[in-house]
Design a protein around this ligand. Structure first.
Ligand SMILES: [Zn+2]
Ligand SMILES: [Zn+2]
Length: 231
């Protein structure tokens, strides 16, 4: 079957995400748009993913994920088979924080919410910063946690593997890349990797409709990740 996906959405935990990017609002908008699977990928953190999964229940599939920023200012998405693997990855990533506190009045709030959209806390560490881990090591760490590393918006002129490193390290054998619909794409530099696009939504109106589809054998996390991992 064909599954419509949007695997790059920011919640209100990301300082750049709107405050109304709550677990229920994201899930309901994704359902309204006819999507089959989404991922909430906040910057350097995943504290709202469990609430989004609970809010979704059986209504829509939520792939556990995150968007990290490596030492070289490369944005790297990662997707996991279960929440436990995502959290074990997050625990290791948190040791790479720079210790700088967020300034909400300048960068925006970093709300942590439950599945009722109630604010349960605010993340102190500034999330729009680079982690003290380089791109190669981050890819390895994601794989150690049985996750799928996916360089984000590779055709963006900033914060992408191509803008920051100038090339896609061939020895890492990255099989899947994400591109942005907002910038021109020279896909020849990315071959032989597979390409998907996502919304990188920071507001509700940006979440994709049924535009990006993949062929899956079964509509569950395993089915989506196996389809994405296929060369
Ligand atoms: Zn990004
Ligand atoms: Zn993003």
């Amino acid at each position: 079957m064909e599954a419509a996906i949007d695997l790059h959405i920011h919640s209100a935990l990301s300082p750049c995400g709107d405050d109304d990017m709550t677990p229920n609002n994201i899930v309901n908008m994704a359902i309204l748009n006819g999507l089959d699977a989404i991922a909430v990928t906040d910057h350097n953190s995943c504290d709202n993913v469990e609430a989004v999964m609970k809010s979704a229940g059986e209504r829509i599939l939520v792939i556990p994920g995150m968007e990290i920023q490596t030492r070289e200012e490369v944005h790297l998405l990662c997707y996991f088979y279960d929440l436990y693997s995502l959290c074990s990855f997050r625990n290791q990533i948190e040791s790479c924080y720079d210790g700088l506190a967020n300034n909400p009045s300048f960068f925006g709030h970093q709300w942590i919410m439950n599945e009722m959209d109630e604010i349960t806390g605010e993340k102190e560490q500034a999330l729009l910063t680079s982690l003290s881990i380089n791109f190669d090591d981050a890819v390895q760490l994601i794989r150690q946690c049985k996750g799928l590393p996916v360089p984000a918006h590779i055709n963006k002129p900033s914060f992408s593997v191509l803008s920051q490193l100038g090339f896609l390290p061939p020895y890492l054998n990255l099989s899947l890349l994400e591109y942005s619909q907002n910038y021109p794409l020279n896909s020849s530099v990315c071959l032989p990797a597979k390409l998907i696009f996502s919304s990188d939504a920071h507001s509700l109106g940006q979440i994709l409709e049924r535009k990006m589809t993949i062929s899956v054998e079964e509509l569950n996390i395993k089915g989506i990740l196996e389809s994405l991992s296929k060369k």
